[in-house]
Write a protein that binds this ligand. Structure first.
Ligand SMILES: NC(=O)c1ccc[n+]([C@@H]2O[C@H](COP(=O)([O-])OP(=O)(O)OC[C@H]3O[C@@H](n4cnc5c(N)ncnc54)[C@H](O)[C@@H]3O)[C@@H](O)[C@H]2O)c1
Length: 409
């Protein structure tokens, strides 16, 4: 069997992304493990690991990767940089028909590229195998507490992007744990983002209560910081009054009403990590936020769906300026610390703030689930499921994108 060459390509999107799919140490180990694979790295001066660090691990760093068969990156590859007739792995942000990437998908087809999108590297059940979600949850929750400290003059957390790694993030959190005020925190979600949020709450020793107990907190004066984790069956209810099953939530959102306001009356802070399905009810609307009982005044919206289920998320924010305020009465953006406003953290590229750890986490999953599939006949079907394009056509699973590519929707 001839060797297959995998190239870890340079990120070319602006603003620059420092993440990479595999670290130098991981590629060193992979080089030993996969005898039929060659791994090369495209030279880059923005990556969190330097070219020299890869060379030290015995990995070739080259300026021209066109000899490789498989190209592996993180963000969208600019059209002019796409090399025809190759296999590519990156986040194309096209599966939800994102209009800003229509031309990219068109170019992928025209250049006869086999595109495998990281977002659709899944188990047979559809559950995603790979992602940066955990780090989004960690950084998003941290940023939420950073906003709280700044707004209330309680403590000052440094920006994550100025810290070297997750270990230091945890150290900073431990320092502020004793200074946390007695507030009620609700978090949402059950996937990787939610896992990251939970890690932060655990480092901070925030006490967890069940959603039912959380609802009772309204009657008491807080004495400690508490949190509860809300699942779909907590924040949605069927229109006929029954609690929905998860399958109903995923497949029949038209059956549902939001049941979130009961939590909004108790929570001071919300940290989101849910997945919002198309057509599902909003958690709270602009009108809900005007309600005198609406108690939430700080939202770290990691899920970050714009002008959607979390009405105060008017726009994404940036790593540079992560916070803004939402005035429920005027429905307008205001200063993040304006009296009566909801403070919003809605950074949509959170894992970029922790590029080293995020790359390590992503790389471990990629080497476990994807690379072996090239050499075992894709026995779990992971490549077949993730392949979006082949021979200039969309694969069957992604044929729903045909109208989108042709500009008909
Ligand atoms: N702000 C950021 O930088 C950032 C970064 C990564 C992810 N995110 C967002 O965070 C959210 C969660 O990401 P994740 O990595 O935890 O995802 P995940 O794939 O790990 O988990 C998603 C969870 O949602 C559930 N789910 C699937 N379909 C659903 C539906 N229709 N309705 C409700 N739940 C459903 C799944 O069972 C799973 O438990 C996503 O919206 C993602 O876009 C934001």
């Amino acid at each position: 069997m001839s060797k297959l060459t995998f190239a870890f390509i340079k990120e070319r999107k602006s603003p620059p992304d420092r993440r990479v799919v595999c670290t130098p140490a991981q590629l060193h180990a992979a080089d030993k493990e996969f005898k039929n694979a060659d791994f090369v790295v495209e030279a880059s001066d923005i990556r969190v690991f330097s070219d020299e660090q890869y060379r030290e691990e015995g990995i070739d760093v080259v300026s021209d990767v066109s000899q490789a068969e498989v190209m592996i990156g993180v963000k969208e590859v600019p059209i002019e940089a796409l090399i025809p007739n190759k296999k590519y792995f990156f986040f194309s942000h096209t599966i939800k028909k994102q209009p800003y990437n229509r031309d990219l998908l068109k170019a992928v087809l025209e250049k006869n590229i086999e595109l495998y999108d990281h977002e659709v590297i899944t188990r047979k059940s559809g559950a995603r195998l790979i992602g940066f979600g955990r780090y989004a949850g960690i950084v998003g929750a941290y940023n939420g507490f950073r906003a709280l400290g700044l707004r209330e003059n309680l403590f000052e957390l440094p920006k994550v992007e100025h810290l070297p790694d997750y270990a230091q993030v945890k150290k900073e959190l431990k320092k502020i744990a004793p200074k946390l005020p007695p507030i009620n925190i609700a978090m949402t979600g059950s996937g990787k983002v939610a896992g990251g949020i939970r890690e932060v709450l655990e480092v901070l020793h925030v006490h967890e209560v069940k959603p039912k107990e959380f609802l009772q907190l309204r009657q008491f004066k807080n004495t400690q910081t508490v949190f509860t984790r809300l699942q779909v069956t907590d924040y949605y209810i069927r229109k006929d009054g029954y609690v929905p099953t998860k399958t109903e939530v995923f497949n029949n959102p038209e059956l549902l009403h939001s049941n979130f306001m009961r939590f909004a009356k108790v929570a001071d802070m919300l940290i989101t990590g849910h997945f919002y399905g198309d057509g599902a009810p909003y958690f709270f609307t602009r009108d809900d936020a005007k309600h005198e009982d609406f108690n939430i005044n700080l939202i770290a919206d990691v899920s970050c769906d714009i002008d959607g289920p979390i009405a105060s998320t008017l726009r994404p924010s940036t790593i540079e300026n992560p916070f803004y305020g939402y005035d429920p009465h005027t429905e307008k953006e205001v200063a993040y610390d304006q009296k009566g406003a909801i403070t919003v953290m809605a950074v949509d590229n959170l894992p970029c703030e922790l590029p080293k750890d995020a790359s390590e986490g992503f790389g471990a999953l990629f080497l476990k689930h994807v690379i072996p599939a090239f050499f075992n006949g894709d026995k779990s079907g992971v490549l077949a499921r993730a392949k979006m394009t082949e021979k200039g056509q969309l694969t069957e699973r992604f044929s729903y994108l045909q109208d989108f590519v042709e500009g008909r929707e």
